[in-house]
Every structure is written in structure tokens, then in C-alpha cells.
Write a protein that binds this ligand. Structure first.
Ligand code: ADP
Ligand code: ZN
Length: 717
């Protein structure tokens, strides 16, 4: 029997990030790793979790007793404790930071009975004057009206039953429909079932609309039938009511939805069901990956390439890496799916580490859209300097005649993205950020899209004082104006500025369905997930925007984005067309998008990455050092880099240290930013070096004067 417990605190302490030793009370006859406890920490009562147990005390000072052991359904599972330790070591964050990913419920709702109640409404009405416990009890009455639910006060419920007001019966619902797969879906499904096993990792690669989701659900059904649990992860945007309804149709009694906007009671309900080992499917974004599954049978990671799977606040974890760990640790199959695999995943397919399944065609063989690339240089040479090429113009006019819908994509809101002085060449930037401001015509101001700063618009140049500031380039606001000038059409603009209302998405969907819109203009808010059957033409106004970003993943992200955008066209009966406007018509990414040839692009991109030593061939870690004092930041960054070099040599790590260099956004919100990159083919040794350096850096005078951020899985630079 262990006598001592090492406890991790739920709230960050000002002290070092440690496990603290407490004595286990004699009365505690059942305690294990993961137990949630109350302790006295620095004369405050704090909560924490037991991370390890020991028979001997290694702590020098006074050891206090654990004050209270909380109910077992609030405990972590031992596997979650291991996961938290792993996250803290892998991403170099504190245990407390990692622990906060596991949003174990805050309040205790003792699990009263979960009842499926059906009220005899007729008798309820008759007796409701007579019944004592229903009088003045609106809340309960409302709950009963809903006929089912999780009834909190079981004493009152029992009274109701005793009075004959409430009958508890088994719900008899019609049996959920069977999933019937097409031939090509079936053959993929059968191959996956054949390959499934303890170390199974598979990739289902198929264009949007090819029927991947039906395959996931068929596999999920098998798992639930075996009494096991399914974790089904979607990017944030994917948790639509549509998707939830689709899953619930097949598993009405086994579907749970989990995300960070649930209230603590709802969160606890999911937590509790999962912790009890109920055979459920949990649908959710990345936060759902930290639930206490005890009978997990399958993990599905849909849209595995999505950037929203990476958390950009500390701990900066990537959920793909987290589910890899859990799948491996629990011996559970992991299925990834996407239309545009990340190069990390595709490289693993090529190496044989991940099994590969391809769905070539859209469901029911709907044709993929035909893609045209338009050279905007040629267009300009021939006299058209507008934002709409002649090809696109002609196709828009055709659609307007036929009464079909058009989507024009431009990933830039506002009116004009560049404000420059015609007489002295001054380029208008945000005073707090090293970023160009955008002119917003409706609001009549210059806006910084990073910090949100708004400056009253003016023509007067702050440098030469002439009234000669001019606007250059296009944002969605300007495109909308241009379209109104060019066409007799109903135009709807959709971007951050027009989407502030809560039901904005629903309104757009409705307006499109009712055909109240001819041309939709929008940013990437509209690139994903939407399904408008009468939309037959997509125009990408400026494909170069994402291609030219200073990031080695610019090509990959452009391919994904353009493929997504193109996929909005022709989802109904009429086949779609896509026009991509660019100044780089020869670019291999665009060519591959045009040909719908993922492999052609991926192999070329992998070849380039290999030459440059970028992921997936090498690990890259990124250290960002930021603060108000430009000189101090630079010195601090240099000191950090020197420590890296020194420790790398000492540990013979054979890693490359790049920088410090000014970060791509050198100044944001008045903070100057330098970054250092570490490149190496062995993550563990590079991590070891970095860990040492952080400890040493904390003892320098710089540490308290700047912010240090570590990103061990950087996705955006
Ligand atoms: P993906 O997940 O690859 O984007 P979906 O599974 O959403 O594709 O399928 C696209 C559309 O085709 C959906 O509307 C879906 O309802 C329909 N569909 C796919 N497979 C089937 C099937 N086996 N039976 C009936 N409808 C299907
Ligand atoms: Zn700014």
C-alpha cells in the first residue's frame, strides 16, 4: 500500500512546475493514479490529481495530508495521466498547462439516475392541481414536458412516480437505418476491416463528396455493436448541426457531441458517459481528444490536413500527434481521412507506415468540375487590368442568363489592401504592427487586420503632408462594388465584416437555397463545407495571394485551399466550372489543382522539401522571442541561440540552428519578434537540447523581460 502521493496542481502555481508530495489518509482504501484530490497548498485549498504513488517519502520538508478525495467519476484514467506527462515532455510545456487540456468538469453533479421519462400528459394535466411536488416548480414541469432528459432531483422524480404522474418506460423508437454502401465504398470498407488491428493506421483519401463519411460511420457502427467507444474528430468548422444529425440518424442512442462551448454540466455528462465505458461515439473538435475513454475501439480523424487541429496557444499541440499517441498506447485503430492529405501523412503512406485507401470518384460518379487557369499578365497586356478576366466574365454572364449561381473567392476583406503616397512613396502601415493597413470603405477607416486598430481614413500623407494617398489592390468590398457596376445581379458579400450576427451562416444558406442570390463573393469563411446545388461556377480572383506567402508550406496550403474552393462548384446535377486567375500560370501547384492530381503535386512538393531539409524529412522547432524593447529582444534572442549552439555541441546533437532572425511579422501589437529555428532529423535529441537551454535561459536576466514561446510542431510561420 502506498503511503504517499505526488500531486499535480490544476491551477498554475507561482513556484516551479512540480509534483507535490502529500500523505494519503488511512481511510482512503481505494486510491489510484489519476485520483482527484483537495490539498492544502500554501495555505490555500487547491485541487489536483495524483500522478504517482510511493511507499517512501523523498520530500525533505513537512508532508501534509490529502484533505479530500473527490468522487471517482471525476478522476482521470491512468492513461490520461500518461498522456498529460507525454504532452508536457513532447511539447515542452508545464504539467499544469497540459493538465488544463483535460477539461475535467469543475462542479460535481452527482450522477443521479439518468431517466428516460415519458409523461402521461393527460393525467398530468388532471392531477397538476392536486400534486404537491409540481406546484411552483416550473423547472421540473418544463423538464417533464420535454418528456425525456437527465433528471436531476431523483427524490422528486420518485415522488412523481409514486403519485402515478410519471411512468418510466423503455423508449421504443424505430430502428435506425442501415448504412448501405456503394460498390466502391464497400470494397474500401472491406479492405479496411481486413487490415484493422492493434497497430492499424490508415488513410482514406477521397475527394469531398466521395462518401468517406459513410465509410467512417459503417466502421463506427461495428465498433459500437461490440460495446466499444468511437472518437470521431472534425475540424472546428465541421461540427455543424448537419453533421450531428447525420451521425445521430444512424446512432440515435449512442451519439455524444463535445466541444469547448458546452457548459460545465453538459461537459460533465459526456465526460461521465465516456468514463463509465458506455458504448458511445463522441463527435468533436480537437478538445474531444482528451476525454477519459476506457473502452476506445476506433479513432477517426476527418480532414486530417486541417490547420485547426493545431492549437496555437500553449500547449501548442497537434491533435494528429495526440491521437497517434493514444491509438498506439491503447492499441486502437486510427483512421485518417481527407481529400488533400498533409505531406506528413502522405510521406508515411509512401514509407508504408500508413495504409492507403483511395476513393477516386464522387458518390454516384458526379463529374468533378472543369478547371481553367487564366494568365492575368496576358490579360493586362491585352488591355484588361480589372479584377475580372474576360474568361471569367463570359462564364459569369452565361450563369446569369441560365439562372445558376456563382461564387467568387478572394481571401481579403475590406476595400483596398494597400495605401501608398503617390508623391513620396510612403507605404501606410499599422503603427503597432509591421503590417499594411486595409482601407474599409463602409466604415471609412484604415484597419490593421492583426491588432484590429482603426484609423480614420485620410488622403493626407503623414510624411509629405500632400493629399496624395492612393488605394491599390482589391478586397471583397471593392469586388462587390465592381460587380454591381458590371452586372445586373443580386450580389451577397460574405466575410468577417458581414458575418457578425449569430445566425449569419443560416441566412446565407437559406438565401442561396431560395435563389435570392446570383453571385456570392467571399473569403475562406466560405471555402469549406457548403453545399449549394445550383452553384455551378467558382472564380478564384487571385490565386497568387496564398502561393506567395513566406512559408515553406505555402504550396501545400494553396493546393488544399484551391481544391476546397474548387469543390464548391457543380455539386448538384449540372457539372461545375472553376476559373483560377493568376500571374503564375506555370506554377506546379496550380497545374496539379487543374488536373485534380494530388500525387503529381505531392511528389514534387516532397522532392522540394527533401532538398531543403524541411518536414516531413526533418523536424523543425520554432522559438519566438518577443517584447517591447527591440534591442533587448535581439540580445535575448542571440543569447538563446548561443546557448542552443553550446548545448548542441555539448550533447553532440547534430542539429542546425537558424537565426535569430526577425520573424515574418516582425512587429505585432507593439511587440518586436525574433525567431530561431532548430532543424534536425532526430526530434528527441533536439528536444533534449532545447529543454536544457530553456532551463539555463530562465536563470539569465533576459527571461523576466521578454516572452518566450516554444512551438515544437509549428504549422504557420
Ligand atoms: P465525404 O465525406 O467524402 O465528403 P460524404 O460521405 O459526405 O462524402 O458523401 C457525399 C454525399 O453522398 C452525401 O450527401 C451522402 O449522404 C451521399 N452518400 C455517400 N455515400 C452514400 C451511400 N452509401 N448511400 C447514400 N448516400 C450516400
Ligand atoms: Zn496593428
Amino acid at each position: 500500500m502506498a503511503t504517499y502521493a505526488q500531486v499535480a496542481l490544476l491551477r498554475p502555481s507561482r513556484y516551479l512546475d512540480l509534483l507535490y508530495t502529500y500523505k494519503i489518509p488511512y481511510e482512503a482504501n481505494e486510491i489510484s493514479i489519476g485520483a482527484r484530490v483537495k490539498i492544502n497548498f500554501n495555505n490555500r485549498i487547491e485541487e489536483g490529481f495524483i500522478f504517482s504513488l510511493s511507499t517512501e517519502n523523498t520530500y525533505q520538508g513537512e508532508v501534509k495530508p490529502i484533505l479530500e478525495i473527490l468522487p471517482k467519476d471525476l478522476w482521470l484514467t491512468p492513461e490520461l495521466v500518461e498522456l498529460i506527462k507525454w504532452v508536457s515532455e513532447y511539447y515542452l510545456c508545464s504539467i499544469t498547462e497540459a493538465l488544463n487540456l483535460v477539461s475535467s468538469p469543475e462542479k460535481i453533479y452527482l450522477p443521479s439516475e439518468v431517466l428516460c421519462a415519458v409523461v402521461d400528459e393527460h393525467r398530468l394535466k388532471q392531477k397538476v392541481e392536486k400534486s404537491k411536488c409540481l406546484k411552483n416548480d416550473k423547472a421540473l414541469a418544463n423538464l417533464l414536458k420535454e418528456k425525456s432528459g437527465w433528471l436531476k432531483n431523483s427524490v422528486r422524480v420518485r415522488k412523481l412516480i409514486a403519485e402515478g404522474l410519471l411512468t418510466v418506460i423503455e423508449k421504443k423508437l424505430p430502428a435506425p437505418p442501415e448504412i448501405v454502401l456503394s460498390d466502391s465504398q464497400s470494397s474500401v470498407y472491406r479492405r479496411i476491416v481486413h487490415d484493422l488491428g492493434k497497430d492499424f493506421v490508415g488513410l482514406l483519401h477521397g475527394v469531398t463528396g466521395s462518401g468517406k463519411t459513410e465509410i467512417y460511420l459503417k466502421l463506427a457502427g461495428d465498433v459500437i455493436k461490440q460495446g466499444k467507444q468511437v472518437l470521431f474528430l472534425l475540424p472546428e468548422i465541421g461540427i455543424t448541426t448537419q453533421m450531428v444529425a447525420r451521425v445521430k440518424k444512424y446512432f440515435p442512442d449512442h451519439t455524444l457531441v463535445y466541444h469547448s462551448r458546452l457548459n460545465s454540466r453538459e461537459k460533465f455528462f459526456v465526460w461521465h458517459e465516456v468514463r463509465q465505458g458506455k458504448p458511445v461515439l463522441v463527435l468533436g473538435p480537437r478538445s474531444a481528444a482528451f476525454l477519459p475513454f476506457i473502452k476506445l475501439g476506433l479513432i477517426i480523424l476527418d480532414e486530417e490536413h486541417e490547420l485547426s487541429y493545431k492549437q496555437e496557444e500553449s500547449p501548442k499541440y497537434h491533435v494528429r500527434e495526440v491521437v497517434y499517441w493514444r491509438a498506439k498506447r491503447l492499441g486502437v485503430p486510427l483512421l485518417l481521412g481527407t481529400a488533400t492529405p498533409s505531406l506528413e501523412t502522405y510521406a508515411a503512406v509512401l514509407s508504408g507506415a500508413i495504409k492507403y485507401y483511395r476513393l477516386e470518384k464522387r458518390y454516384q460518379n458526379r463529374p468533378s468540375p472543369k478547371i481553367f487557369i487564366v494568365d492575368m499578365f496576358k490579360e493586362a497586356k491585352e488591355g484588361n487590368t480589372g479584377i475580372i478576366s474576360r474568361t471569367l466574365n463570359q462564364k459569369i454572364e452565361e450563369r446569369l442568363v441560365k439562372g445558376e449561381q456563382v461564387f467568387l473567392f478572394l481571401n481579403r476583406r475590406g476595400f483596398a489592401p494597400t495605401i501608398m503616397c503617390r508623391s513620396c512613396g510612403y507605404f501606410y502601415r499599422c503603427p503597432d504592427c509591421d503590417v499594411a493597413v486595409t482601407y474599409h470603405k463602409e466604415e471609412k477607416n484604415f484597419q490593421c487586420h492583426y491588432c484590429g486598430k482603426k484609423i480614420v481614413a485620410t488622403r493626407k500623407c503623414p510624411v509629405c503632408q500632400e493629399n496624395s494617398l492612393d488605394l491599390y489592390g482589391y478586397g471583397t468590398e471593392r469586388v462587390e462594388e465592381e460587380l454591381q457596376r458590371l452586372y445586373q445581379a443580386r450580389i451577397l458579400r460574405v466575410d468577417y465584416d458581414t458575418m457578425k450576427g449569430k445566425d449569419s451562416y443560416e441566412k446565407i444558406i437559406l438565401a442561396m437555397k431560395r435563389k435570392e442570390v446570383d453571385i456570392l463573393v467571399g473569403t475562406q469563411m466560405l471555402a469549406k463545407g457548403f453545399d449549394f446545388p445550383d452553384l455551378t461556377l467558382v472564380g478564384v480572383l487571385n490565386a497568387d495571394q496564398s502561393l506567395n506567402l513566406p512559408d515553406f508550406r505555402a504550396g501545400e496550403r494553396s493546393f488544399n485551399l484551391l481544391t476546397q474552393v474548387a469543390g464548391r462548384a457543380g455539386r448538384g446535377i449540372v457539372p461545375g466550372e472553376v476559373v483560377i486567375q493568376t500571374f503564375n500560370p506555370e506554377n506546379y501547384v496550380l497545374k496539379a489543382v487543374k488536373d485534380g492530381n494530388y500525387q503529381q503535386y505531392a511528389l514534387k512538393e516532397l522532392f522540394n522539401r527533401k532538398l531543403a531539409g524541411y518536414p516531413p524529412f526533418n523536424k523543425i522547432f520554432r522559438i519566438i522571442i518577443a517584447g517591447r524593447d527591440e534591442q533587448l529582444i535581439l540580445e535575448g534572442a542571440k543569447c538563446f541561440a548561443d546557448l542552443l549552439k553550446f548545448n548542441s555541441e555539448r550533447l553532440k546533437a547534430n542539429i542546425e540552428i537558424i537565426g535569430p532572425a526577425s520573424a515574418p511579422y516582425y512587429k505585432l501589437k507593439r511587440n518586436y519578434r525574433y525567431h530561431i529555428l532548430i532543424k534536425g532529423n532526430k526530434g528527441n535529441i533536439a528536444r533534449e537540447v532545447l529543454k536544457n537551454v530553456v532551463l539555463e535561459f530562465k536563470t539569465t536576466s533576459f527571461y523576466s523581460k521578454l516572452t518566450l514561446a516554444l512551438d515544437l510542431s509549428p504549422q504557420i510561420f
